[in-house]
Design a binder for this molecule. Sequence first.
Ligand SMILES: Cc1cc2nc3c(=O)[nH]c(=O)nc-3n(C[C@H](O)[C@H](O)[C@H](O)COP(=O)(O)OP(=O)(O)OC[C@H]3O[C@@H](n4cnc5c(N)ncnc54)[C@H](O)[C@@H]3O)c2cc1C
Length: 397
Amino acid sequence: MSIQKSVVIIGAGLIGVSAARYLSAAGSRVVLVGPGETPPGAESRVYSSWYDEARITRILDPDPVWGTLAARSISRYGDIESESGICFHQRSGVLRVADAGDEDLAQSTAACEHLDPVYDVLDEDRLTGRFPMLQFRGGSEALLERGDAGFMNPKRFVKAQSVLCSRLGVERIHATVTRIQERTSGVVVTLEDGRAVQAESALLATGAFTSALHLDVECPPFHISAQTILLAEVAADDAGRFQEMPAVIDRDPGNLDLKYIYVLPPVRYPDGRLCVKIGGRESPDTILDTPKDIGDWFLSGGSARSGERLEEALVSLIPGWAPASLQTKPCAVTRTPTGRPIVDHLSDRIVLAAGGNGAAAKSADEIGRIASTRVLTAAEPPDYPVETFLCRSNLEF
Ligand SMILES: Cc1cc2nc3c(=O)[nH]c(=O)nc-3n(C[C@H](O)[C@H](O)[C@H](O)COP(=O)(O)OP(=O)(O)OC[C@H]3O[C@@H](n4cnc5c(N)ncnc54)[C@H](O)[C@@H]3O)c2cc1C
C-alpha cells in the first residue's frame, strides 16, 4: 500500500486510538502520542475521561446524530473484539426512565427508528414487575433497550484498538505534547521532554485538555464540566440481587439539583471490588475555567457534596441496599455549543476531534473514522447532515 500522508495524533484516548487505526489502515504513516493510563490522582500534566471500567452503550437518543454515531460504533465492537482478542462489551440492556408521556422517550424512538434499535416500552406496572429491586418515581414510563445495549469498558476498548494499531504499524510515543506549530511544509509537535515530532498533518484528540496545548491557531471555546462519580461496593452476599440489573438513565429522584442520573450494574474494579457506579449531570454545571483548574480537579477525590447527592439518588433507586463501601472519583466532560462532537480543521494542517459531551465513549470508533476522513480528504462526512461536526464560532452555550 502506498503511504498517503504522515499524521501525528495527539491524545491516545478513545477517539485518538480509533482514528489512528482508520488512518493507518488507509495507508497513512501514523505516530500516536499521549501518556498511557493516567488515573485521577496520579502525577500527570493531563488526564483522560476513559480511565474507568464502564460506560453506557445505547442507540436510542433524542438526537439522531448521536444515535447514528453509536449504532455504527457498536456494530463494529464484535470485529474489534475478535481481531484484538480483547473483550470490552457487555449486553445488560439500558433502561431509560421518564415521566409517562415525556416527549424525550417518543423523540428517542422516532429519531432512531431507521437504526432498528431493539426495545420495549414499559408502563409503570410492567416497569415495577420487570425490575422489582429498583424503585422509580410515581408516574414513570421507560424504554428498555435490548440488543447490543449495555456497557463497554473504555480502558479495554483503548487496549483493543491499540493492539490493532500496533499490528498496522502505528508508532506509539508515550509522552505529553506541549506545543504544536504549523509550518508551510508540515507540523512540528513538541513533547514535554523537548523532543519534536514532524508530520504533514496533526489530529488533536485531546479531550478536556485541548486548551492546555500551546497552539498558533484558535481553538473552540469548550465548556469543561466537573463530574463526580460514586462507586458503591456490592458485598459478596448482595451480588445475587443485581443479576438482572440493566444500566439505568433516570431523572432526579428528589430535589437533588441533578438534570439526570445514570447507574451502571455491578462491574469488577482493578482493586477487586464489585461496584455499582452512579453519576449524574448537576444543575448548574460546575465549569472548570483553566487547564490548571482541570488538572487540580483530577487530583481531587471528586466533590463530597455531589457524592452525598448521588448516594441519596442511589438509595432512592435501590431501596434497602447498604453498599459495603462508598468512594467518589473525579472526571470531566467536554461540552460544545451544539451538544455534538467537533471534527473540523482548525487550520490547513491541524484537525480537531473532541467534544464528547459526556456521550462519546460508546461512539468513539465512528468519531475516529470521521476524523480520519477529515484528515485525509478535508471533506465533511457525506452520510451526516452538512455542518454537523463543524466548529461554529457564532454559536454560544
Ligand atoms: C463520569 C463520566 C461518565 C461518562 N459516561 C459515559 C457513558 O456512560 N457513555 C458514553 O458513551 N460516554 C460517557 N462519557 C463520555 C466519554 O468518556 C467521553 O466522551 C470520551 O472519553 C471522550 O473521548 P476523547 O477521546 O475525546 O477524550 P479522552 O477519552 O479523555 O481522551 C483524550 C486523551 O488525550 C490525552 N491528552 C490530552 N492532552 C494531551 C497532550 N497535551 N498530549 C498528549 N496527550 C494528551 C489524554 O491523556 C487522553 O488519553 C462519560 C464521561 C465521564 C467524565
